[in-house]
Design a protein. Structure first.
Length: 326
């Protein structure tokens, strides 16, 4: 089973790294196995931890980034062309996500010091498997069409090798999605300036990551900040973060209509802030400057959305069956 994964996010200066380190130290003091993952060896949560049993994330990152690079290297692109990509925010966030240690069991906790990148980490965890799946479908045609050009410039990458790398990356991306977006994953939000905190929380929830709670290091957190999200003390007992073991995105059958109900935790106040776009195989959600794509299971791909409502931090989208001849 995958380890418990907790993204600790918050606006700049809110104290997300401090909270992440303190939480890791409390877990370690209780004798629990814990790993802190960040990409800042000087000011991140890993540098603030004081318990010897805590492992800092960069030790995993160097070893694991080669698996990610193998996909790009197999495409035959020159290394200098990849350097600008690796320097972008998305690439560095992808490397952080790819570094999650998935070989530990369910009794292990991984705390990710994600700061303001919480929404992007959540979005990548949710959408990366679909992206790699589409790549694997496009690669055979790309290779057939590009073989003369590749030969002319001296690039030789066997078809089977590239597909193998893509398949390995796809398997790992599905495991990452399960770890971050599944019942054992989640996010803890550290409150800062109210509007920024709300945007971060909505951005994380849009990707179907369970918001386990919101904490504040200064004044009490406004109860109206994020509807449906528990308010926690900064020194809350770690086990309270996982009292709700349900999935943040659930599909429930509607027997009266022979359709389905998609239920999703989404801490928005006003439905008018949300934009939904259905594309048959996916549902795109946009709100507060964030956007995420949910790949729909095959049962929902045979339906169409008929209604949607937002109440008390829960989004409900009803799907009705597509009738023959409709």
């Amino acid at each position: 089973m995958a380890p418990r994964v907790l993204l600790v996010a918050g606006p700049g200066g809110a104290g997300a790294s401090t909270v992440a380190a303190a939480l890791a130290d409390r877990l370690a003091a209780d004798g629990r196995a814990v790993t802190v993952l960040d990409d800042d060896p000087y000011d991140g949560a890993g540098a603030r931890c004081r318990q010897a049993s805590v492992v800092r994330g960069p030790e995993h990152q160097e070893a694991d980034r080669h698996a990610l690079s193998a996909v790009w290297d197999s495409l035959g692109a020159a290394a200098e062309l990849l350097d600008p990509l690796r320097q972008t925010l998305t690439a560095s966030t992808l490397q952080l996500l790819w570094s999650l240690p998935l070989d530990h069991g369910a009794d292990h906790t991984v705390i990710v010091d994600s700061g303001t990148r919480g929404p992007e980490l959540a979005r990548l965890a949710r959408t990366l498997p679909g992206t790699l799946l589409r790549m694997s479908r496009l690669v055979p045609a790309w290779l057939r069409g590009g073989r003369p050009v590749l030969s002319a410039i001296g690039v030789a990458r066997p078809h089977a090798v590239l597909l193998t790398h893509l398949q390995e990356a796809a398997r790992r991306s599905r495991a990452l999605r399960h770890a971050v977006c599944g019942a054992s994953g989640g996010a803890l939000l550290v409150a800062g300036e109210a509007a920024k905190t709300a945007r971060l929380g909505v951005g994380i929830a849009l990707s179907g990551v369970h918001l386990r709670g919101v904490v504040g290091l200064g004044d009490d957190v406004d109860d109206a900040l994020l509807p449906g999200v528990p308010r926690l003390r900064a020194d809350a007992s770690p086990p309270t973060l996982w009292t709700d073991t349900g999935l943040p995105v659930r599909i429930e059958p509607e027997h009266s209509t022979e359709g389905y109900q998609l239920r999703m935790l989404l801490p928005l106040h006003d439905f008018r802030q949300l934009r939904l776009r259905w594309a048959g195989h996916s549902l795109t959600l946009s709100a507060c400057g964030h956007r995420s794509v949910l790949e729909l299971p095959s049962a929902l791909q045979r339906c169409h959305p008929s209604s949607a409502r937002l109440r008390d931090g829960m989004l409900d989208v009803a799907f009705s069956p597509i009738r023959a001849g409709a």
